[in-house]
Design a protein around this ligand. Structure first.
Ligand SMILES: *[C@@H]1O[C@H](CO)[C@@H](O)[C@H](O)[C@H]1NC(C)=O
Ligand SMILES: *[C@@H]1O[C@H](CO)[C@@H](O)[C@H](O)[C@H]1NC(C)=O
Length: 213
């Protein structure tokens, strides 16, 4: 009987641990990233001379420049721009949207994302692996969450600019934008592969690829 309980406990643990998995747990109080280190490991080594400045980042104060084809800009406060978050399992970003702008469909392989609207009106949504879309229009002061790894987007539906603050449970969430990953990869994904996948002709794929040059 005791043995059965042990097996049940082990099974519950085995199920629970992967579902809690995010960035690895900390092994020390602080480990500010030495992003210039030649040492390659899973994350960044800790730098030796740490000050309060290492835990400070002012880069999200100002709106990003949204004059680009998407009409949006993500300003990241992740370990690459903000080394103080190394090993802490968190990061942030600010996303600005021009009128009509969008943050195109993309995924974050390593993080759930939660956004807080600073200004404007946004249609936001994510799609599950069962291809179900969950979508909502959100406005100033409201929050929406995009579960880890799922394809999601934000579209400015207001008449003026919009902006959100995003938080991630990873020091480096990783971003894979669906359109650029497929149509602007280097070397390119063969057009016949994409034509078959999208059920169109290769020249239609080439026309889309040309837009990403
Ligand atoms: C540590 O960093 C501070 C700020 O960058 C610098 O002023 C100081 O000289 C450094 N100390 C050492 C021992 O490198
Ligand atoms: C915004 O980006 C565009 C395109 O790169 C550039 O022409 C423009 O000068 C930038 N605006 C500001 C305020 O930096």
């Amino acid at each position: 009987m005791a043995r059965l309980h042990l097996w049940i406990a082990a099974a519950v643990l085995a199920l629970a641990v992967p579902s809690l998995a995010g960035d690895p747990d900390m092994l020390q109080d602080i480990c500010v990233a030495d992003t210039a280190s030649p040492i390659k490991l899973n994350g960044f080594p800790c730098k030796a001379n740490v000050t309060a400045e290492d835990f400070f980042f002012a880069g999200l104060k100002k709106p990003g420049n949204t004059s680009n084809p998407a009409g949006s800009l993500v300003t990241a406060a992740n370990v690459q721009s903000f080394p103080g978050v190394n090993t802490l399992g968190v990061s942030m970003a600010r996303i600005d949207y021009a009128p009509g702008g969008q943050n195109p469909p993309h995924t974050h392989p390593r993080a759930t994302e939660i956004v807080f609207v600073l200004e404007g009106v946004l249609e936001v949504g994510f799609i599950t692996t069962a291809n179900k879309l969950f979508t909502k229009t959100i406005t100033m002061g409201e929050v929406f969450v995009f579960p880890r790894g799922l394809v999601h987007f934000q579209q400015n539906r207001g008449h003026g600019p919009a902006a959100v603050i995003a938080a991630f449970n990873s020091q480096l969430q990783g971003t894979q934008a669906i359109a650029t990953t497929l149509f602007a990869a280097s070397p390119p994904v063969p057009s016949d592969v994409l034509a078959k996948a999208f059920r169109v002709e290769p020249d239609q794929i080439d026309a889309v690829k040309a837009k990403f040059k």
